[in-house]
Design a protein around this ligand. Sequence first.
Ligand code: C2E
Ligand code: CA
Ligand code: CA
Length: 516
Amino acid sequence: MAPKSRASLGGATLLEPELTAAAFSPAFTLMYAALAIVIGLAGAGIGWMVRGRWRASRHARQRAVANATDALTGLMVREAFEAALADALDTERGASRVGALLYAGLDGFRLVNEGHGHAHGDKVLAAVARQLREVCGARVPMCRMAGDEFALWLNADVETCELLARRVAEALSGGVALDGQRYAAGISVGVALFPKHGGSAQLIARAAAAMRSVKRAGGGSHALFDPRIETEQREELRIAQDLRQAIARKELELVYQPKIDASSLQVTAVEALLRWKHPALGMVSPARFIPIAEKHGLIESIGNWVLAAALHQAAAWRKAGLRMRVAINVSGYQMRQDDFARRLEAGLRSHRLQPNRFTCEITESVAMEDTQVTRRAFARLGKIGVHVSIDDFGIGHSSLATLRRLPAQELKIDRAFIVDMVHDADARAIVEAVLTMARTLGLRVVAEGVETPAQRDALVQLGCDELQGYLFAKPMSARAIALWAMDAPTSLAQSFRPSLFKETIMTGAPTEILKR
Ligand code: C2E
Ligand code: CA
Ligand code: CA
């Protein structure tokens, strides 16, 4: 009896011999078969229901994605666009299609946000979307990919696609109209062709890469994808990766180029210029790696390194009696960095350097941004009392009103005008105009890139204050600057050339300078 009572307790006892035999009797077999059919049918029913529900919810999800529009612009959202594109191109139906993916990104949208606030930035994005619709027509599938980037698919031959890309860039070159005003919103457009440049995912990536190449070249235009862009991207990535290690591996170095007083020909200042000795690539130009450092979030640590190294060197020279001003180049990213001014101030204090003997060179394009962020940064520099120099002056668009407000003491005329001024009347006229304006505003003018005596003479004649360029000295190491201050390394004590260095008072033996 015990096994029976145990069997009734539950399935665990079903393997009891008597019960197992009973279980295989014909009556039980029939009962089990019926039960199995009922359970099977129920299971199938539940499965069918679950599958049906799952399918329905998947379709609902797909429908939701396909219909999802971006609240700001009313365009498709990225997921919907990508799904539709994959569906159209990656199936057999896509085989007969030709067309292009256009990837458009606004130029300098950050300035709109920083200058007028994010709510206004949103309005500009909506206006840009309306303008894109107007140019491309209502039927072209179009989406906002992210932030200030848009993508659209055009089912047409190469010529038509390129024409449309050009029209988009041109239409936005004059900015967008908003609340009765026009706001600058140039656009860069990258184009990838189907099927030549790949399937849907590759098209988007390649059109975006082409768009970035347009931005690098200054923006406001369009470009077709070229495989060389990917090679460049890979190289850039390698440089960014290696640059990450450069400080720890002690591969960075500062060289210094003198600025010369145009009337006395004495050294008034030296500009610190960054050098990177890459173990395999050799000397990499800052013109190449600084923009990469900015893009990959490395400029902060590099800029901090430059600041610390230049302050250290300035203090060493000061101690040795070389009293020239020391200048560093400050990138726009550093200007936007909250603690740059604080670091600068603390560094000057700890090295006991007079702030007005230290110069920050800031490019005209950054200086003219005139956003809340740059205004605040300039105000901080003004408060610290450092010398501010507007670099590469003349190539950007300067506003006199902004220039007047800046706490700047110096303008550096870009090399391009100096190269041309001897044989080009326009370039000479610009140099003259800059000098006149600078005098009115009480700014000193430095001409950079002076290479020939003819350029020097013309600049001196026009009343330029300071000169800098290969004619006088190339950028050199701190040690070479010290040697340059001495005439010859043989009789150091007698050969020091105070005539070369303005306000120089030798403290201690000249050999001390060379040791540093
Ligand atoms: P920049 O500030 O306009 O510096 C002047 C550039 O012209 C330097 O190039 C200098 O070596 C070069 N140069 C000077 N005199 C002459 C001349 O007579 N003829 C010619 N052909 N060139 C001359 P470099 O050192 O290659 O620097 C290029 C740019 O990289 C700099 O332009 C500056 O914008 C940036 N840079 C350099 N160091 C730093 C740095 O520490 N931080 C930042 N943010 N940027 C830096
Ligand atoms: Ca400079
Ligand atoms: Ca410059």
